[in-house]
Design a protein around this ligand. Structure first.
Ligand code: MG
Length: 254
């Protein structure tokens, strides 16, 4: 099932996307889905971020070729950091380039895992029970600030630096999906999730050993090789096989 959040101009609801239509879900979609009976053509609604997570946990250097391209070793254990909930935006919304603070802002196309159940200390073999679904993400990074600062909070934490969407696919085997990032239509990243160093069960288990995960929380699984800069005016798309394509434009914040 494809779960989206959308606005008709009269408030925001969850909905189930089928073909060119979206059916409104009553309340939240985590347990038994109840429909209100309302249905809209997709073209007549505006999709927003498919989830508003309490937190976004991201994994660094989880593809060997990407670790190498930035001159980093592959970490033995997953390297985790957080992006604030206020960095999340949806499909079609603009990434605001903080031009007065950074001169190098990169795209990082990533597969995102959305948590569906309150959980902690989840064994790897039970991780599938706590996953709600999967979506596309762009782990936008101020690369110059990441190099300058001791930790990643500033580089990864600006408002709008975590586009997710366009929707959450709940029925998907995530173990070997093609992931492609384009800038103005040119392919910049082309990887497969089978290249993840630490796989999704290992990542969710690892993160849940540190912190309680709650429904809607998002885990970004790392980016393949090919990261590079975005400029004001660029249109960046992250497409993942079996999910769809997340597209955002870059505008100047200042
Ligand atoms: Mg990343």
């Amino acid at each position: 099932m494809r779960i989206a959040r959308f606005s008709t101009g009269e408030g925001v609801s969850f909905g189930v996307v089928e073909g060119d239509f979206i059916s409104t879900v009553a309340g939240h979609p985590f347990n038994q889905i109840q429909f209100t009976g309302e249905r809209f053509p997709l073209a007549e609604v505006r999709l927003v971020a498919p989830m508003l997570p309490s937190k976004v946990v991201a994994i660094g250097r989880n593809y060997a070729e990407h670790a190498a391209e930035l001159g980093n070793e592959v970490p033995e254990e997953p390297l985790i950091f957080m992006k604030p909930s206020t960095s999340v935006i949806g499909p079609g919304e603009s990434i605001a380039y903080p031009t007065s603070l950074s001169q190098r802002v990169d795209f990082e196309g990533e597969l995102a895992v959305v948590i569906g159940r309150l959980c902690r200390e989840v064994p790897a073999e039970r991780v599938k029970d706590v996953i709600f679904g999967y979506t596309c993400a762009n782990d936008v990074t101020a690369r110059d600030l990441q190099k300058k600062d001791v930790q990643f909070t500033r580089a990864k934490g600006f408002d709008t630096f975590c586009p997710i969407g366009p929707w959450i696919e709940t029925d998907l085997d995530p173990s070997d999906l093609a992931l492609t990032t384009t800038v103005n239509g040119d392919v910049r990243q082309s990887g497969r999730t089978s290249q993840l160093i630490h796989d999704i069960p290992a990542l969710v288990s690892y993160v849940s050993a540190v912190m309680t995960l709650i429904p809607g929380d998002v885990i970004l699984t790392g980016t393949p090789a090919g990261v590079g800069p975005m400029e004001v005016g660029d249109e960046v798309s992250v497409g993942i096989e079996g999910i769809g394509t997340l597209t955002n434009k870059v505008v100047s914040r200042d």
